[in-house]
Design a protein around this ligand. Structure first.
Ligand SMILES: [Zn+2]
Length: 490
């Protein structure tokens, strides 16, 4: 197309323009994310003062309109002072809990690139949405790490895993404080009492997997045998949990190498974790830099939680869910990785753990009323999504055999790397690799609100059908695995 033709085309498509939808279409969270555009990159330039919890920032979003847009929404909860679209001042208004409605000076045509600059400020710890804040204040700063919503308290976004983007996060903090975020620490420099940390995530990342922590941290750096940088950070105020936190998180490189044997090459440019001095109990698989509450280490070293969160780097981060009802693809597999680790450590096989979970819940236990394949928003992080979800994976392994099963564990992350996937697509791939029809298995174990009649027992060699599950002894690993179920409490 000639330049003249291009100029003519823009007003023609803009004539069909309308407002973008205020949600991306997720049945669990109708207002999360937005319609009409796709973000490819977030550039966040921030300044944070730990003493007062004041955050100011300029977010520059690179986006492409997927329809003609007279207006579009971002999701955000702090105070906005100015919005520009392609250099020109845009009108903006807020609505609902977290909608920022932006009206560009001229409508965007379908396919048009847009650079959206949002200037903002606020005290995130004081901002509540839907009755809560995802910004945790600490004695020395603040932390954003939560699921499924965390971004609203520190940057404006299209807040749904369907719209993944790369990130540059640049944070100015007083000398002596550190800023932790995702990816590689590109540079760090100090001037006039303030230090700037520049972090880069160069692989697509879902908004809820972006994290920011400011505080007094001890940062450790290592490199795996494959050359992967591992950057970990520990609050200087972890008290008695300090040793156990380090004895766990410093094993990040080792556990990534071990998991790569099951799931294929590690998908990101850096790895690591951080433990800020928060009073919560959960951990979140923030991309390439996992958030761990120190309470995860109150009982001593806890490699099991490291295994869980690092498994998410393949199951949830590189391959993100398509909508939140697909949560089994995240939590079922991260839990199953803990079962594989238990086997590896000689603390109980995955089969023994499956038999244990099955035998621990009688048929009238409400545990069985949660469908891991569609648990509902209120039960999205219910223990059943983790435990029954992992049992379902063991049943699948028994059904298709180890060869097909372990091929599947590598094929799924390869097929959907840096994108999204759904349970239906996963079933299709499992059927393709195994040559077996799996509809009834998925229906029984993921989509039925009742205890399956047949136990998850592995077929005995030479036996025609599975033996009934005998009363089980508790696998040695169970208590630690169960303890990581506080992972997503709010
Ligand atoms: Zn998890």
């Amino acid at each position: 197309m000639s330049a003249a033709g291009l100029l003519l085309a823009i007003p023609a498509s803009a004539a069909d323009a309308g407002p973008g939808a205020p949600g991306i279409g997720d049945p669990y969270y109708p207002t999360y994310g937005n319609g009409g555009y796709d973000v490819s990159h977030y550039d966040l330039r921030l300044k944070y003062q730990p003493a007062t919890d004041e955050l100011e920032g300029t977010a520059t979003l690179l986006a492409t309109a997927t329809q003609g847009l007279t207006r579009f929404n971002l999701d955000f909860a702090l105070d906005v002072s100015e919005v520009r679209v392609n250099g020109r001042v845009a009108k903006f208004a807020t609505s609902g809990e977290q909608e920022l409605e932006i009206t560009p000076a001229t409508p965007l045509a379908k396919g048009q690139q847009a650079t959206v600059v949002v200037r903002y400020s606020g005290v995130p710890g004081k901002v509540k949405r839907y009755g809560f804040t995802s910004w945790q204040r600490t004695p020395d700063g603040g932390v954003a790490a939560n699921e499924p919503e965390s971004a609203w308290w520190w940057f404006p976004s299209n807040d749904h895993p369907l719209d993944k983007a790369t990130y540059d996060v640049s944070v100015l903090v007083p000398d002596g404080s550190a800023a932790i975020s995702n990816g590689v620490l590109v540079s760090q420099s100090s001037k006039l009492g303030w230090t700037r940390y520049n972090w880069r995530q160069n692989k697509p990342q879902a908004t809820y997997l972006a994290t920011l922590a400011v505080g007094k941290f001890d940062i450790t750096r290592n490199t795996t045998a494959n050359g992967l940088p591992v950057i970990n950070a520990y609050s200087k105020d972890l008290g008695d949990n300090d040793g156990a936190a380090r004895a766990s998180i410093e094993r990040t490189g080792e556990i990534i190498d071990w998991e790569s044997g099951y799931f294929g090459p590690y998908p990101f440019s850096a790895a690591g974790g951080y433990a800020p001095n928060v009073p919560t109990h959960y951990a979140v698989e923030t991309q390439g830099r996992v958030f761990y509450s120190p309470a995860q280490f109150a009982g001593g070293a806890n490699p099991s939680v490291i295994v869980h969160e690092l498994a998410h780097q393949w199951w949830g981060d590189s391959v993100s869910l398509s909508r939140w009802s697909d949560i089994w693809l995240n939590e079922g597999f991260a839990s199953y990785a803990q079962w594989l680790w238990s086997e590896h450590e000689g603390e109980g096989t995955a089969q023994e753990l499956a038999d244990w979970v099955y035998s621990q819940h009688p048929a009238d236990d409400p545990f069985w009323t949660v469908k891991p394949g569609d648990p509902g928003a209120a039960n999205q992080f219910d223990g059943a999504v983790y435990d029954r979800g992992a049992v379902a994976i063991q049943v699948l392994r028994n059904k298709i055999g180890d060869k097909a099963f372990f091929a599947l564990l590598k094929a799924w992350p390869a097929q959907h790397q840096y994108g999204n996937g759904s349970i239906a697509e996963f079933q299709k791939l499992a059927e393709k690799i195994s040559g077996k029809k799996l509809g009834p298995l998925f229906e029984t174990w993921l989509f039925t609100a009742a205890k399956p009649a047949a136990p998850p027992a592995a077929p005995k060699a030479g036996a025609l059908r599975a033996a009934p599950a005998a009363p089980q002894a508790e696998p040695k690993s169970w208590k630690q695995i169960a303890a990581t179920h506080t992972i997503h409490d709010r």
